[in-house]
Ligand binder design. Structure first.
Ligand SMILES: *Cc1c(COP(=O)(O)O)cnc(C)c1O
Length: 387
């Protein structure tokens, strides 16, 4: 049995053909292929202005910088997220304020967010964990009541919906990632979706080092080669090569979605019968599943991970809570997040995974619990702690 990885990109001839065309055009950097990708993403979402960038992290950083997050500001984000969601806050000198998540679906906890808002709070970064949408109605209410920006970290949620509307097609500012393992990939890439033309223009300018086209045109009416830098900018634009990969992936997005739903349904159907496994509340009618995360209760998680690895199944931890990371460490405790984290495991889920392979993973899990519970029927607790 070959090792089963937790995630894997699905790229092939369709992507290669489009990349070949970019090579033939000799325009590798940002150009008309990027523009086409932006328009296709806009069409997919049905609403919003899309700005393509070179990663999901750049998208979040650019969004926060463009709305004016600076040193001394506070930004509320869940601790249970990829460290990228937090690094973009500290990169601007702002302070991450960690919030709890709901135990059933790992979405940000609205009550905890509300309790952490004060006059320094400038933005909230809700994370649509595994593609499961956060409570956007409540977040938009908070935005309106306190005049705080909502920057959605939708790195997991390309194609997911909230109350029938695609994530990114409504709201304030939404950031997607198209890194190798996300719902669709550009190789590396990301996008910001906004609904305000002025903000879109500012972000476009900041994406390429703050170079001002209007200023440029003013200067270059009679002279060649001049340009004007009119604001702080970054080198965050997407390349035609990456956009070409993304365009091919967009054509496959419906089949990716169907496949992921099938696989998650199969996991759910089988794992719900195992006493020590607790499923997330997937809301599958609206969720485009990103990763398969499930809870392993009663202290079995780490032992199960070892058992899986022995059987050539890789599993993961999404994520080590950021308030426990040495760089972000504060004296804050998040009891719920810490308790949830101890139970989380990420099992293999990707587009080219087969139902048979999922079945193999489940059989490995069953064999772990069968041997445990048989041997441990007398002193179960000691058995576990002695492994
Ligand atoms: C992947 C990811 C990011 C960052 O996206 P990159 O494209 O890898 O920079 C941010 N937040 C979350 C939750 C992610 O999973």
């Amino acid at each position: 049995m070959e090792t089963l990885y937790t995630s894997k990109p699905s790229v092939g001839m369709e992507e290669l053909k489009r990349v070949q065309k970019v090579f033939d055009s000799n325009w590798l950097g940002m150009g008309d292929v990027v523009r086409k990708f932006e328009i296709e993403v806009e069409n997919f979402l049905g609403n919003g202005i899309v700005i393509a960038v070179n990663s999901g992290t750049s998208a979040l950083h650019l969004a926060l910088e463009s709305i004016g997050i600076r040193a001394g500001d506070e930004v509320i984000a869940p601790s249970l997220t990829f460290c990228a969601s937090i690094q973009v806050i500290t990169a601007l000198g702002a302070k991450p304020i960690f919030c709890e998540v709901n135990s059933n679906n790992l979405s940000v906890n609205i009550e905890d967010i509300k309790s952490k808002i004060n006059s320094r709070t400038k933005a909230i970064i809700p994370v649509h964990y595994c593609g499961i949408a956060c409570e956007m109605d409540s977040l938009i209410e908070i935005k309106n009541e306190f005049d705080i920006h909502i920057i959605e970290d939708a790195a997991h949620a390309f194609g997911s919906k909230y109350n029938g509307k695609k994530i990114g097609s409504f709201g304030d500012i939404c950031c997607f990632s198209f890194d190798p393992i996300k719902n669709i990939t550009c190789g590396e890439g990301g996008a910001i979706v906004v609904h305000d033309k002025k903000l879109a223009d500012l972000i476009r300018k900041k994406r390429v080092l703050g170079i001002d086209k209007d200023g440029w045109q003013r200067h270059t009416e009679n002279k060649q080669g001049y340009y004007d830098v009119s604001t702080q900018g970054f080198r965050y634009h997407m390349s035609n090569i990456n956009a070409a990969i993304g365009l091919a992936q967009l054509e496959r997005v419906e089949s990716f979605y169907k496949k992921k739903i099938d696989l998650v349904q199969h996991y759910n159907l089988r794992l719900t019968k195992i006493e020590y496994m607790e499923l997330l509340d997937w809301n599958l009618s609206e969720t485009f599943p990103f990763a398969y995360v499930v809870k392993v209760t009663k202290g079995h998680r780490d032992h199960l991970m070892k058992h899986l690895l022995k059987n050539n199944v890789q599993s993961g931890l999404n994520y080590i809570p950021n308030h426990l990371q040495s760089y972000f460490k504060t004296n804050v405790t998040l009891p719920l997040t810490e308790q949830i984290f101890d139970e989380l495991i990420t099992l293999p889920l990707y587009n080219d995974l087969t139902i048979n392979e999922v079945e193999y993973v489940i059989e490995c899990i069953e064999s772990y619990f069968n041997s445990r519970t048989r041997r441990a029927s007398t002193s179960f607790k000691e058995e576990v702690s002695n492994v």
